[in-house]
Every structure is written in C-alpha cells, then in structure tokens.
Design a binder for this molecule. Structure first.
Ligand SMILES: Cc1cc2nc3c(=O)[nH]c(=O)nc-3n(C[C@H](O)[C@H](O)[C@H](O)COP(=O)(O)O)c2cc1C
Length: 279
C-alpha cells in the first residue's frame, strides 16, 4: 500500500485538511467578491445616475430612444445640464429648498412612515401603498416660464410596480412623453410599454379635462378625432389589460390631487401672475 507507514496525522485527505482547504477557498473567494463590490460600487453609482438621466431625457423627447446622442451631437450630460432639479412638497405644491436633490431618493422616503403618507384603498389607484411627502421634479425653464417638466411616476401593473418618468410640455397640460425604466411586465404583453411605437403615441396627449381633473384614458378603440375625448386617449396594450389599466391609473394618480396636482396648480398660478405682470 502506498500510504503504508505514513503517520495518520499527515493524511492529506483527512477531514481536517479538507475543511482547511474549503475554508481557505471560501475566505479567498469572499475577499475577492467583497473587494470587487467595494471597488466597483462608485462605477455602478455613476452608471445608475447616467441611466436615470438618459431615461429622463428620453421621456422628455430630448434623446432618441435608440441612441445616447441627440441629433445635434450633444451627449447625455450636456443635455441633462439643461434641467434644474427641484424638490417639491407634494401636499402644498411648493418647492422645498432644504433637500439635497443630488442624493434625495423619493422612493426610499415612501418607505419611511415619517416621510410619507399611507394611502387609503380609494386614494391608491396606482397601488403604491405609501406616497412620499417630498418628490423631485426636473424642470427646463425659459424666459417665459417652464418649457419642459419631467415627473417621476410609478404604479402597479400586473406583476409589479412600473417606475418611469412622465414629461409635460410648458403649457403644463400636454404630455411630452412617457417611459418606464423598471418593470416586471411580460415581454410581448405588458412589456410592450417599452415598444417605441407605443411610446410614440404619448406626445401631444392632453392630461386634464376642462375641470382640471386628470383625464388620460387608455382605450381599445380610439374616439374619432372630431370627438373632444380623443385628446385624452392612447391605445391600450393588446392582451395586457391589467398593465394598461395600471399605466392609466398611475398617470392619473401622479397628475392628480395626491400626486403633483398641487404643484401643477402652483405653477399655473405663477404662470398667470407672470402673464398678468406682462400685460
Ligand atoms: C404568462 C402570462 C403572462 C402575462 N403577462 C401579462 C402582462 O404582462 N400584462 C397584462 O396585462 N396581462 C398579462 N397576461 C394576461 C392576463 O393574465 C390577462 O389575461 C390579460 O391582462 C387580459 O387582457 P385582455 O383582456 O386584453 O385579453 C399574461 C398572461 C399570461 C398567461
């Protein structure tokens, strides 16, 4: 026998040796994985931030859906620099200056009882459970007022919450675009929210009816252009009624009284005052 005469303690296949090797391997691997996680974290944060900017620009129609450059050659950072990021108190509609908008995360706030409000079943048409007290808005303002406004929106579809951005034109009542950067809907069904052809149906749609109430409707058959309801309508997603209903509800929730409604009202008052001053 080859092992004859070898002292029992030096057996390399012994349980002690196997455990030593296994533990050393685990230790080395965990050090490699945690070092990689720590070293790559800043890079991941930069990429996440770039992705957020890209999604906002795409919703606003300032960046093509399939490119990282605008037609005039400007890149994401240059285009995004046009936006002013502001925090808004959703209950009053006023700007809040005591918030660092570069680090503030409204979604995280929504999970904290003191920083959010619980919605009743009747209020919660977007099925988000809690709504943050303060959110962020992305504004491009010119001499005559707001030119473009982008709002973070979210709501439940069929399989989970859809997170996106709704862009609004300077008239504060016409949609400039809508895009979702995170959702769990089925590709080919609810996942068609990402289809550029469907997204192209949103610009120009009217947000509010004559009474100022959110009025967007996702419909299987659109009204004739001559019908005044046609301005609120977007095609439903075929075979995805639940996602469709979720999208309609989330748009109307975030533009309504419990969402950015008070902010829209404050902006309209501001706009009226400015035009009054000019007259
Ligand atoms: C595997 C699978 C995935 C589905 N994914 C979605 C989805 O992402 N969004 C959705 O609204 N419906 C989805 N549905 C369909 C819903 O269960 C439901 O039938 C549908 O929303 C009804 O839409 P319709 O009235 O247009 O047929 C899925 C169904 C199956 C079997």
């Amino acid at each position: 026998m080859a092992d004859a005469g070898r002292p029992h303690g030096s057996d390399k296949d012994s349980l002690g040796n196997i455990l030593k090797v296994a533990i050393s391997m685990c230790l080395v691997c965990s050090i490699v994985v945690s070092t990689a996680a720590v070293v790559l974290k800043p890079l991941q944060e930069i990429n996440k931030e770039l992705d957020r900017k890209q999604n906002i620009l795409r919703a606003a129609g300032m960046l093509p859906q399939d490119s990282k450059r605008a037609a005039d050659g400007r890149g994401i950072e240059e285009l995004f620099a046009e936006f002013d990021i502001r925090a808004v108190d959703l209950d009053t509609g006023s700007y809040v200056d005591a918030v660092d908008v570069t680090t503030f995360d409204p979604i995280k706030s929504a999970r904290v009882a003191a920083l959010s409000r619980e919605l009743t079943v009747d209020e919660d048409i977007a099925v988000i459970g809690r709504r943050e007290k303060v959110s962020l808005v992305y504004v491009i303002a010119g001499e005559s007022g707001i030119e473009k406004l982008v709002l973070p929106v979210r709501g439940y579809g069929l399989w989970g919450t859809l997170f996106g951005y709704l862009a609004v034109e300077g008239d504060l009542s016409t949609i400039a675009g809508l895009g979702f950067h995170q959702h769990k809907e089925t590709p080919g069904l609810g996942g068609e929210v990402d289809n550029p052809a469907w997204k192209a149906l949103w610009p120009g749609v009217a947000l509010f009816d004559d009474a100022g109430e959110p009025a967007v409707r996702l419909v299987k058959i659109r009204s004739p252009e001559s019908n005044s309801d046609a301005r609120f309508e977007v095609d439903a997603l075929s075979g995805a009624t639940l996602t469709t209903r979720g999208v309609e509800n989330l748009v109307n929730f975030w533009t309504g009284e419990l969402g950015f409604g008070p902010f829209f009202a404050a902006l309209r008052t501001d706009l009226q005052q400015k035009s009054g001053d000019r007259d």
